[in-house]
Design a protein around this ligand. Structure first.
Ligand code: SF4
Length: 605
């Protein structure tokens, strides 16, 4: 390396020679500068600025296609329907596979967590696929945008946006637009680009799509393991989701001048310009989305379709509750080793996690944090004892925030429960966040942030102590920082609750066979547990399995997936609970329950 020429500053020559320390620092700075310039990095001390995204404008709306993905096929189909209903062109990215993971590694940064590789690589893979189909690269850059969630951390989720940009740059798609839905700021702060306008219809449509996606997804996993005709559940659910999508896409939006009684519409029109007509119109839209006839009818039509599936609830199945990192526990592909399909093939019933739990978690956390910080954020700092009005105002200010979050939680929870009921009451309602935080608290503090935070621990305990599953499987992505934290806590939890069968699995783009074999071992234990439970229950009824079966065979209601099987305290399995109920029916201790949407026509179908 050629020797670096040292230019002493004039004042040093005139005043005093530099000390050795100063000289070392100066030489290091000069060398760092030279290296940075040779790498084309310019001034190494310059601050990072988020690249300014080319806006997605309203004029482009008719020609630009919005890409999104990363959830289940049910959520994605319903969300796309809402986009389309609001006039957007929209496409769903394929489920990320191992090839996408490898592309993510090739074009992205090293040292990311597993979901980053999969999702980033998936976008690049899809753009490359479109290019291979003959779509010119510049056309892709100009006429497609990617819509995703963002956050400020503290885990790597905060880096997703820049990861997308880096990988797109490295793959030659510089200038491709990534629009963000900010996790912490909610829907109002999303993207801010006028091309993507968050109207009441769009927001409420997305709200319904999310709830429907969650509940339909939960139901499919509760029904499929017990279906009599193989493949029927899949077929029926695809048809039902198609119908729900049609409703979300083609429903006529509420407009006050068209849908209110004539006298009221005229009154509103006469007072135009006073501002409140917009409020009336918005409230009408909200009501119509949640309680409108079109929505209710769509729910009941889907419910009746589900009832056409014949099931055998006397099949003994271990119930496996899935917990873990958000994406790993949601995706239905290579990103979690196709774990749900694998578990079902191995004879288990899978309990998946709704995205609604995450939404409730965010609200609960915001509420609790605001309460903890109430003294810091009080309008009057340290009021004296002689200033009771200031104490009162501080208190009111804190309670107001708490109350607002509580209202949000109540509305979300209530609407979720309404959809559960509308679709036949098979799904579990959202679990109380307070209960989960209280259960997790001795092991994981609710304010320890990152990933799922205390939720993982809370869910593990909740589903175990309430006997809602035989085994808990935690899906933790390779390289996930918060998962490393909760893994430590989970080992203490598993030691404390001796009856718990808990297995954490690290998901990655490699090692599927190894992961499946570990799951198989734990599942073996869960199967024994479920079988023993069923045999004990059967023995307690004093009846033979054949007697129960022939009683069920004569009653079509009992072969419907939406038959409400009572859950007995301390009994986990569906077959065990069903056997107890059928035995009571045979003994005349109880009566057949009403199946939502069940008709005699269905009985003979
Ligand atoms: S929770 Fe874990 S896997 Fe998910 S984005 Fe954060 S670091 Fe990555």
């Amino acid at each position: 390396m050629p020797a670096t020429k040292i230019d002493f500053p004039v004042e040093n020559l005139t005043n005093r020679p530099p000390s050795v320390e100063e000289e070392i620092r100066r030489r290091i700075a000069a060398e760092r500068d030279r290296l940075a310039r040779s790498m084309g990095l310019g001034n190494s001390a310059s601050h990072f600025r988020r690249p300014v995204e080319r806006p997605f404008t309203a004029e482009e709306r008719h020609k630009v296609t919005i890409l999104f993905g990363g959830l289940t096929w049910k959520h994605e189909a319903l969300i796309r329907a809402v986009f389309q209903g609001c006039g957007y062109k929209c496409e769903i990215l394929p489920v990320p596979n191992v090839a996408a993971f490898q592309l993510g590694k090739e074009y992205g940064n090293n040292g990311q967590c597993n979901p980053t590789y999969f999702t980033v690589g998936n976008l690049v893979q899809y753009l490359q696929f479109l290019e291979s189909e003959g779509v010119p690269r510049q056309h892709l850059i100009d006429n497609y945008v990617f819509f995703t969630a963002g956050s400020c951390g503290p885990c790597r989720f905060g880096m997703y946006e820049s990861e997308y940009r880096l990988a797109l740059h490295n793959a030659g798609f510089d200038g491709f637009r990534v629009l963000l839905f900010q996790q912490n700021d909610g829907i109002q702060a999303a993207s801010g680009e006028p091309g993507l306008k968050f109207t009441v219809d769009f927001g409420m449509g997305m709200f319904n799509a999310l709830n429907l996606g969650d509940i339909v997804s939960d139901m499919i996993f509760r029904i499929r393991p017990y279906e009599v005709e193989k493949g029927k559940t899949e077929k029926i659910f695809h048809e039902a989701v198609d119908d729900l999508c049609t409703t979300l896409r083609e429903r006529k939006p509420f407009e006050d001048h068209e849908d209110l009684p004539k006298w009221l519409a005229q009154k509103i029109a006469a007072n135009k310009g006073k501002g409140w007509e917009k409020v009336v119109n918005s409230l009408g839209k909200v009501y119509d989305h949640l309680y409108g006839r079109a929505y209710k009818e769509a729910l009941h039509a889907a419910r009746d379709r589900f009832n056409s599936i014949e099931v055998d609830h006397l099949r003994v199945k271990p119930i496996v509750k899935i917990i873990g990192e958000f994406w790993a526990q949601t995706t239905e592909g290579d990103g979690n080793f196709n774990m749900f399909a694998f578990l079902e093939r191995e004879g288990a019933q899978v309990l998946v996690e709704p995205i609604g739990t995450w939404v409730m978690y965010m609200m609960y956390q915001a509420k609790e944090r605001a309460w903890e910080k109430r003294k810091l954020e009080a309008p009057y700092k340290r009021p004296g004892w002689y200033e009771p009005h200031k104490h009162l105002l501080n208190d009111l200010n804190a309670r107001k925030k708490r109350w607002m979050f509580s209202v949000g939680e109540t509305i979300y929870d209530r609407q979720y429960t309404r959809v559960v009921k509308g679709l036949g009451s098979l799904s579990h309602e959202l679990v109380s966040q307070k209960e989960m935080a209280d259960l997790a608290h001795p092991f994981y503090h609710q304010f320890a942030r990152g990933g799922e935070g205390h939720l993982e621990v809370g869910k593990n305990i909740y589903y175990t102590v309430n006997r809602l599953c035989h085994m808990v499987l935690a899906l933790k992505p390779f390289g996930c920082m918060p998962s490393t934290q909760s893994d430590g806590a989970q080992s203490a939890v598993a030691n404390h609750f001796k009856e718990m069968i808990f297995l954490p699995i690290e998901t990655s783009g490699e090692g599927e066979i190894n992961a499946h074999s570990r799951v198989q071992m734990a599942l073996g234990e869960a199967k024994v547990k479920a079988r023993m439970e069923f045999e004990q229950i059967l023995e307690s009824t004093g009846k033979k399995l054949e007697d129960l079966k022939s009683y069920v065979a004569d009653r079509p209601e009992l072969r419907r997936p939406l038959y409400p099987i009572p859950h007995r305290k301390g009994v986990t399995g569906v077959a065990a609970n069903f056997a107890l109920h059928v035995s009571d029916l045979m003994d005349g201790k109880t009566r057949l329950r009403r199946v939502p949407g069940f008709t005699q026509a269905l009985a003979h179908a």
